[in-house]
Design a protein around this ligand. Sequence first.
Ligand code: FAD
Ligand code: NAD
Length: 475
Amino acid sequence: MSRSFDVVVIGAGPAGYIAAIRASQHGMSVACIDEWQNRDGKNAFGGTCLNAGCIPSKALLESSELFHRANHEFSKHGIKVPEVSVDVPKMQKRRASIVRQLTGGIAGLFKAANVEGLVGHGKLLADQKVEFTPVDGDVEVLDTKYVVLATGSTPIELDIAPFDDENIVDSWGALEFDAVPERLGVVGAGVIGLELGSVWGRLGAEVVVLEAMDDFLFMTDHDVAKIAAKAFKKQGMDINLGARLTSANSATGKVTVNYDDSEGGQSIEVDKLVVAVGRRPFSDNLLADDAGIELDERGFIVVDNECRTGVKNVFAVGDCVRGPMLAHKGSEEGVMVADLITGEVAEINYAMIPSVIYTAPEIAWVGKTEAEARADGRVIKTGSFPFAASGRAKAMEQTDGMVKIIAADDDDAVLGVHIIGPMAGELISEAVLAMEFQASTEDIQRTIHAHPSLAEAIHEAALAVDNKALNFPNR
Ligand code: FAD
Ligand code: NAD
């Protein structure tokens, strides 16, 4: 007899495992199927985020930043250290251990929530049935009332620079280098390129980034992108804009990288090349021919605002559907879908999803950029406050960057908040909360912020919107 569940989730990344846990909190019987296999051959829940994305990258960003600060900042604090060196295998062991703890934690959460974690491949059949092919064992068809597809995404591979898992690698490969490459090439100055370029650059690699677009960080506010470009240049990152990759070849053991820029064909040689030109939705062997699910021209599962596919009682969440490929976006979709299934009212405010780039300085934003707000036709006012004028940032020796707030001139509504500087990824939550509750800049101006804190920069930027900054000269 086949097993039956109220909900079957396919994929246990941050979108799927959260959907499963939330559904079980509603008293439903839930199974969550996942096939992720790490390079040691072991299966693990957590998807890209925990195994090969958010968490391992942040572990290495932290380690490499500490190394950088020990080399370049400690002396300013009057701390003398003998020569500082890097033990990459140990750094990688720490990274792997954090990943293991967190992915093991999901197995624990499933157990506590009574979610049946199933290791293997899931495939959606017609009529609310899911075929489960375990890693070891026989194929089983599960009956279910609801299905949540949460199969995530995978790196885009270019025909002109195929991955060889040794010298031409994707982001996962670049997280697992066992030594610092002398010269690292990065294709794509997007989020991954900048984060991983920072990791290996801080550890001593010479980093050359090739970016096809002419604008740097086109998705961020223009003022933020300008500060970021200057900071990365100072750190030694060689970012080439308008540089379109034409081919890469690793036959010699080194990688020859050919690209076109405004001056014609160029060629460089690097020890390793990371290709980080975006990710594509993953739905390989997910859908039976008669499952009825529609994919768009880029392979995303088509859903409405409530993540409903066109098939009754089948939802899809996370990177495999439209919207930013961010873990917190997927998790919130997972929560929404589980709440909708149980009959609750639930929705996501897609305009209020924060973005963070975990470089140093860190970059975070929510809402509109100045250019987007102007393009909307609204009359706007802006205010900014530099971390150079923040006592806390000075004490931390991290004064690069600023907070910029964009507000509507008529009703004072906060339209966008852009932060580049220390702990931007933490600070942005205040802005998200303020905007979610439709705060005006006056509301932020009248909110008491602890002193000395980095968050005071948000307070001062709100004051600056009305030329009332207290700790920085107004325009
Ligand atoms: P995934 O995490 O990709 O999980 C999908 C899971 O489904 C996988 O385990 C997969 O094996 C499984 N699966 C797929 N098909 C099947 C099937 N048919 N049967 C069984 N299982 C299946 N986002 C952030 O918000 N912050 C960050 O700091 C951040 N850093 C990143 C750094 C890197 C290097 C990368 C690559 C990504 C980063 N991201 C970050 C993006 C983030 O990882 C993704 O947005 C997030 O993991 C998407 O979650 P998901 O659950 O939709 O998919
Ligand atoms: P991305 O879309 O951020 O950047 C890809 C870059 O590659 C773009 O700037 C693009 O212009 C460039 N590019 C494309 N083709 C090129 C070519 N042939 N030559 C040169 N440049 C080229 O994608 P990504 O950095 O691969 O990241 C993928 C996803 O993962 C992102 O959507 C992001 O949301 C997510 N992610 C998030 C975080 C975070 O939240 N901190 C970290 C890492 C990844």
